[in-house]
Design a protein around this ligand. Structure first.
Ligand code: COA
Length: 375
């Protein structure tokens, strides 16, 4: 009997989910039935996180309670800040986050429970505390542990503003806050991508939320997945000026190298999220009087479409938007975590609520029938 193998599980429907729908034809995206364009334009990230976790949009009261729970959950324990203070500033920030989530799991009051309500409480704490953990590590040793942005419940008004305050050290202007909010919404969820699937595989053995999220962070780190956004900015910085784009890209393509931020396993005709973040990257450049990165990026986009028939994915224009927001390049992928934690946790909850152990088969290609000779 010939058995069919699907390398990379390409095209395989590996389960059911009611969280998000990716349309491979149009590049469109729905979160629990709502168009990404409408959510990005009108919603706060907190509203979208609620939608993903709870399954419906909040009314005003529910949203304000949810936002307040996030705010209350932001401060880290003394143990956590002391631990993060010992991690060298040279560490890979994704390794720091993976480790921080493990530690948060040790401290979590619901760590022994995998039921729906316990998972929800863990999800809210993780969404709130991941940016704090990142900032606590980033600020050492330059800033003291008692930095008020880390230890108090005093608002910045939104999750987006809080992230920008924590990671740039200054409260954002309204447009920068809007761009961060849009980016958090766009990155929040994308069905069975590698990291979400990794989280679901771990959760499917009835392991816990924090174990599933550390699996996801490990998966997101790779440059074929979340690691792409920081590679995009490294490429833009390396190119440096418009006159060098053409030669640089053609040379890399001739050497069969990949240009990060292009292509997608599912979206072969374009990514609607890219169109949205592209508009904000352009406007940010105009407002900051620095169009260089947008101009370089759009020239690369033209060449890639013409030469390879490839379209930008969400990571491509996000990279220069983050750069213009004053965020260090090595935090680009961790920022993806700050958003995708909402989608990951929603998937872990869904997996636990309707669990079936994920355990596919493989086609064995090694030898058989070898004779064992004792040493
Ligand atoms: N730059 C240059 N060529 C690319 C490319 C890129 N970013 N992405 C795909 N290709 C080419 C491959 O080299 C291959 O060409 P070939 O047939 O001549 O060998 C062809 O397109 C198909 O590539 P394949 O790897 O089979 O597609 P995939 O569906 O497995 O890849 C990605 C999806 C995301 C892994 C791939 O597009 C990629 O590596 N992109 C860059 C990383 C990135 O941006 N990741 C974030 C994804 S959201």
């Amino acid at each position: 009997m010939t058995e069919k193998v699907f390398p990379g599980l390409e095209g395989v429907l590996a389960g059911e989910s009611a969280i998000c729908d990716v349309d491979h034809d149009s590049g469109g995206l729905l979160y629990r039935g709502y168009r990404i364009e409408d959510l990005a334009e009108g919603a706060a990230f907190e509203e979208v996180a609620y939608l993903l976790l709870i399954g419906r949009l909040p009314n005003r009261i529910a949203l304000s309670e949810f936002s307040e729970r996030l705010r209350q959950s932001r401060p880290l324990s003394e143990n956590m800040t002391a631990f993060l203070s010992k991690i060298p500033a040279t560490a890979n920030p994704m390794d720091v986050l993976r480790t921080a989530v493990s530690l948060l799991g040790l401290e979590d009051p619901d760590s022994k429970y995998n039921d729906h309500q316990a998972n929800l409480k863990k999800a809210i704490r993780l969404i709130a505390q991941i940016p704090s953990a990142l900032a606590a590590w980033r600020r050492f040793p330059e800033k003291p542990v008692s930095d008020p942005a880390l230890t108090s419940n005093v608002p910045p008004s939104s999750h987006a503003a809080n992230i920008l305050l924590l990671l740039t050290g200054a409260p954002p202007d309204p447009f920068s806050e809007k761009v961060m909010n849009v980016s958090l919404i766009l990155y929040a969820e994308h069905e069975f991508n590698a990291s979400t699937f990794a989280a679901r595989v771990t959760a499917s053995s009835l392991s816990d939320m924090h174990s599933a999220i550390t699996s996801a962070i490990g998966s997101l780190k790779g440059p074929l997945h979340g690691g792409a956004n920081e590679k995009v900015m490294e490429t833009l910085l390396e190119i440096g000026e418009a006159g060098r784009v053409e030669a640089y890209i053609r040379d890399r393509l001739a050497r069969k190298e990949r240009i990060m931020g292009f292509g997608h396993r599912v979206l072969k005709k374009g990514d609607s999220r890219s169109d949205i973040i592209k508009r904000y990257a352009r406007e940010l450049g105009e407002r900051k009087n620095d169009r260089k990165w947008f101009d370089l990026s759009s020239r690369i986009e033209e060449i890639m479409r013409k030469e390879k028939g490839l379209y930008p994915n969400l990571d491509f224009y996000s990279a220069s938007a983050y750069y213009l927001l004053g965020l260090p390049v090595q935090l680009d992928t961790p920022l993806f975590v700050c958003s995708r934690i909402s989608g990951w946790t929603a998937h872990v909850i869904e997996q636990h609520d309707h669990n079936r152990l994920i355990r596919p088969r493989c086609l064995y290609t090694g030898p058989r029938g070898l004779t064992y000779l004792p040493l």
